[in-house]
Design a protein around this ligand. Structure first.
Ligand code: VG1
Ligand code: CO
Length: 543
């Protein structure tokens, strides 16, 4: 093997967003694009000489090609070892677990998560640190800084590595271990949950459907749900990872997992439905005729986690991203534990989890997880739900309605306006920012505004500060509207409007969320003019 140094120059636009760098696949495949970014990661983390990294991705188009390049660059940069999922496959939570279990120096995860895949769609890459979690802002800032000053990268000239066969290979001085992507993760799940109780539930006639959306969780779900826990064969659908996810968005929400939703709302619905996203870190939970919003799911899991072995001693604390509803806060309050409100993106939970201050974390975007890894974890959430259902012997709908009766219901919805002109989107946010100081005391949509600010976060563990994390407007009676721009898109801007209202009247628990949130929706429009400015009749996606 010979190592070569390739001259290059900075490529604009390599700034990582909410979760790593995401671009159109053809951009990632362009000359030097991937190589520049990988070298900048290596430089940004102080080089990889003698280091071990986990490498794997969600199987989307360009996954394996990109891994071959990464391995050649690792070898050329002096890395000691790469641990790679067979065929380049590793779900994001499985990669996080491997980094921790094997005590590596971190890992590279290839995914654009819930974004569609294929030559004309999206690709992504992110670095996770030795704790298994997404790099902190400090690290991503250093990586980004390197992308703006890079002049060369190192790469080996070598044949492709056989990633299809489990075993050990070498590339120069570097060892490459190709491992089964499922084994370690499945063993971890078995440690956390009462598999016997779940087996008993599934053999008692309880039926489920898990929609892997042609993405990475297929092999994991088949092995764990069907082969180990005894769910009926065929319970896992769309279980073979495809490079283009079968043409859909691998995003587990009522829009993109419509087939599952239709089934769950029909007379033939199984007892439990779930779906996960491209890289396996998101989850959607649906009962018979009953969709569970991710914010509610986090609250229900926090209230019941002690029913699973891993959490039997209770929770140290919980954390949620700022736009996530306060449903979990109400649980934490009753339990007398801390609740932390962080900016959007899993990287902000890392310090709290590492410090043992939070056990469960969640985001409104279908992300839930715990201290077992440092990423959100789709199948973990499904298994925790099943463990809770096995213990309580209740239906999903009943568990949810009992929860609302006890804690109140935080009606919640997110409205997304996609592919908006970036200048227009920024202008909209700037305009609201300029008016924030005067909003308190005014009325909008007939609701009195009690407070308005822009979220700034000071990490309670390491003191780092993250500014401009979303505009928050609070209304009389506990309502709230939040506005922020997405940091994961690859085309124009996506405006996210998060809407919430607390209901404690027992007679008001069964309303349609869009209707129950009507006044907040009207107030949000009056304050932002997002519909009139973008010329749209309504959001592109409602979750
Ligand atoms: C979105 C979600 C955020 C999530 C992120 C990554 O970010 O809102 O909650 O952490 O995606 O999820 P944004 O900036 O587009 O709102 V995933 O499953 O893409 O790793
Ligand atoms: Co994801």
């Amino acid at each position: 093997m010979s190592t070569i140094k390739v001259e290059t120059s900075p490529i604009p636009g390599q700034k990582p967003g909410t979760s790593g760098l995401r671009k159109k696949t053809h951009v990632f495949m362009g000359p030097h694009f991937l190589e520049n970014y990988v070298q900048s990661i290596f430089d940004g983390i102080g080089g990889v000489v003698g280091k071990t990294l986990v490498v794997g991705g969600d199987g989307r188009y360009f996954n394996e090609r990109a891994i071959q390049v990464i391995l050649r660059m690792m070898a050329a940069n002096g890395a000691a070892r790469a641990i790679v999922g067979q065929s380049g496959i590793l779900s994001t939570p499985a990669a996080s677990h491997l980094i921790r279990k094997r005590g590596t120096d971190g890992g590279l995860i290839l995914s654009a998560s819930h974004n569609p895949g294929g030559p004309d769609e999206d690709f992504g890459l992110k670095y996770n640190g030795p704790n298994g979690g997404p790099a902190s802002e400090g690290v991503t800032n250093r990586i980004y800084a390197r992308t703006t000053e890079i002049t060369s990268y190192m790469i080996s000239e070598a044949q492709d590595i056989d990633l299809g066969t489990i075993g050990t290979e070498t590339l120069g001085h570097m060892t490459i271990e190709v491992i089964d992507p499922v084994t370690d993760y499945a063993a971890l799940m078995e440690e956390l949950f009462d598999f016997d109780a779940i087996k008993a539930l599934l053999s008692s006639g309880f039926s489920l459907r898990f929609d892997a959306m042609h993405a990475v969780t297929g092999p994991y779900a088949k092995a764990i749900l069907e082969e180990t826990l005894g769910a009926a064969p065929g319970s896992v659908v769309n279980g073979t990872p495809l490079p283009d996810f079968g043409g859909g968005h691998p995003d587990p929400n009522p829009i993109w997992a419509k087939d599952l939703m239709d089934l769950m709302m029909s007379p033939d619905a199984p007892d439990f439905g779930a779906a996960s996203d491209g890289d396996g870190d998101r989850n959607m939970i649906v009962g018979k005729g009953c969709y569970i919003t991710p914010s509610d799911s986090l609250a229900v899991l926090a209230a019941n986690a002690h029913l699973a072995p891993a959490y039997k001693d209770g929770l140290a604390g919980v954390a949620r991203s700022m736009p996530t509803s306060a449903a979990v806060d109400r649980v934490a309050e009753k339990m007398g534990i801390d609740v932390f409100e962080t900016p959007t993106g899993w990287k902000f939970f890392g310090t709290l989890l590492d410090a043992g201050r939070a056990t469960l974390c969640g985001e409104e975007s279908a992300g839930t997880g715990s201290n077992h890894v440092r990423e959100k974890d789709g199948l973990w959430a499904v298994l925790l739900w099943l463990n809770v259902l096995a213990e309580t012997k209740q239906s999903v709908a009943r568990l949810m309605s009992d929860h609302w009766a006890r804690y109140g219901r935080n009606y919640y919805s997110r409205h997304d306006y996609e592919a908006v002109d970036s200048d227009m989107a920024n202008g909209l946010v700037d305009s609201m920012r300029a008016r924030l100081g005067d909003m308190a005391g005014q009325t909008a949509g007939g609701l009195k505004i009690t407070g308005a600010d822009e979220f700034s976060y000071t990490d309670p563990v390491d003191g780092s500060v993250s500014k401009n994390q979303g505009i928050r407007i609070y209304f009389e009676g506990g309502g709230r509207a939040v506005f922020r721009l997405s940091g994961t898109g690859t085309e124009g801007a996506t405006i996210r409007v998060y809407l919430e209202r607390l209901e404690i009247d027992p007679a008001g628990m069964d309303r349609d969320p869009q209707e129950a949130l009507g006044p907040i929706i009207a107030a949000a429009e009056e304050l932002s003019r997002v519909r009139s400015e973008t010329g749209r009749e309504g959001p592109d996606v409602i979750t």
